[in-house]
Ligand binder design. Structure first.
Ligand SMILES: [Zn+2]
Length: 390
């Protein structure tokens, strides 16, 4: 730390981080520097990897544009340590990861999702850069607070303190009955999810659970039982659908080659996934088999409801963000009322538990279980070959 305590060069940031991985300059602290530092420390100390946080004002030896990205790069080069780097040099923070089992993209996705959830509940407050950094840090340590506990997160003193005064509008859009469609970040995520249909390889990543999860078992028994029931029902549906497809395949010798090949692949995958204990995979098995059976029967335009393939055929469309997706009439109705449809949720124990499956990066969200992709089976097969569960 320089004599006057004010850091304005990269050298000084490096020196500070060598002493302490958390650096929040007064200027970035939004009047609550000590509380912000305490919050960050508490949420980073028990992790399996180091989280470096450097939130500074403008540094005089960095370019004006892309300063945070450049600082992150330089910090890693200079410190030469594996870890997660959450870095801001006078603007919104960025995150990069080096040599840890965590992808920066996943952290950003999770933070965006959490922000959207927080904003939905309290839509007139913006987040200070420190708040953005807090979300990134928390997203890098998803088990420190149970997924879906964002209401609790918002109550935490640290979060309350890092929320910025209400007229900061770097995030805000005009009020909308359904914040999902008004929040550019989520719009971006949906577009991103769809783009992945075209640009497959990038998003196939799973982040293993890190650190001990704090569960609140007692209050969640009912939910767990409901989930177990849903899993059993899905497994039963998947078995039935797979048998139906096998039967259809036996009498479909004259179907065109490509259709047959895809149906055979779908059956193989359905057999493989149908007994999984991951509900999302079991539903995948069901939808692979169901879709292939329908296609073999000549109904090649069959699509499931994007919001929850268990709803069956999409007989209409819905607009979310700037994207049109196939939907059942019930979900489409909910969308037109400005609500997020009650669809398939990520099961507990998984990253993003309790949120709509399509907000999580996975082969299921990219394809919408076939709602968004004609080559659903091929994408699932590619995913399996890559060894990723999702
Ligand atoms: Zn639906």
């Amino acid at each position: 730390m320089p004599d006057d305590g004010y850091i304005d060069t990269v050298d000084e940031v490096v020196a500070a981080l060598e002493q302490d991985p958390i650096l929040v300059q007064q200027i970035a602290g939004n009047g609550h520097t000590d509380e912000v530092i305490a919050w960050l420390r508490e949420h980073t100390e028990d992790l399996d990897f180091t989280v470096y946080v450097a939130l500074t004002g403008d540094l005089k030896d960095l370019p004006e544009s892309g300063a945070s990205d450049e600082l992150a790069r330089l910090l890693h080069a200079r410190l030469d340590e594996p870890g997660v780097y959450v870095v801001s040099a006078g603007g919104l923070p960025t995150v990069v990861t080096y040599d840890v089992e965590l992808e920066a993209l996943d952290v950003k996705m999770e933070a965006s999702r959490a922000k959207n959830e927080a904003m939905e509940a309290d839509r007139h407050s913006g987040l200070a850069p420190t708040g953005e950094a807090a979300l990134l840090v928390r997203a890098a340590a998803p088990d420190t607070i149970g997924p879906g506990d964002h209401a609790a997160l918002r109550q935490e003193p640290g979060m309350a303190l890092v929320r910025q005064d209400r007229d900061v509008d770097f995030l805000w859009q005009p009020p909308d009955p359904w914040p999902l469609s008004a929040t550019p970040i989520i719009a971006g995520l949906v577009v991103w999810a769809v783009a992945m249909v075209l640009l497959r390889p990038v998003a196939d990543r799973i982040v293993p659970g890190l650190g001990p999860a704090r569960r609140r078992d007692a209050a969640r028994t009912d939910a767990r039982q409901a989930e177990a029931t849903a899993l059993q029902e899905a497994q039963s549906e998947a078995r039935t659908a797979t048998r139906r497809l096998s039967k259809a395949l036996r009498t479909a010798a004259d179907a065109e080659t490509e259709l047959l090949a895809r149906a055979t692949l779908s059956r193989d995958l359905a057999e493989e996934l149908g007994d999984s204990d991951d509900l999302l995979e079991v539903i995948g098995a069901d939808m692979l088999a169901t879709t292939a059976t329908r296609h073999l029967a000549g109904r090649t335009d069959w699509r499931p409801c994007f919001f929850d393939p268990r709803h069956g055929r999409a007989n209409t469309k819905a607009m979310i963000a700037n994207l049109t997706v196939p939907a059942c009439s019930r979900c489409a109705g909910q969308v037109s009322e400005g609500k997020e449809p009650e669809g398939l949720l990520v099961p507990r124990g998984q990253r993003g538990a309790g949120t709509s499956y399509w907000k999580q990066a996975s082969v299921w969200s990219r394809t919408g279980y076939g709602a968004l992709a004609d080559d659903f089976a091929d994408q699932v097969a590619a995913q399996r070959r890559n060894g990723g569960r999702r």
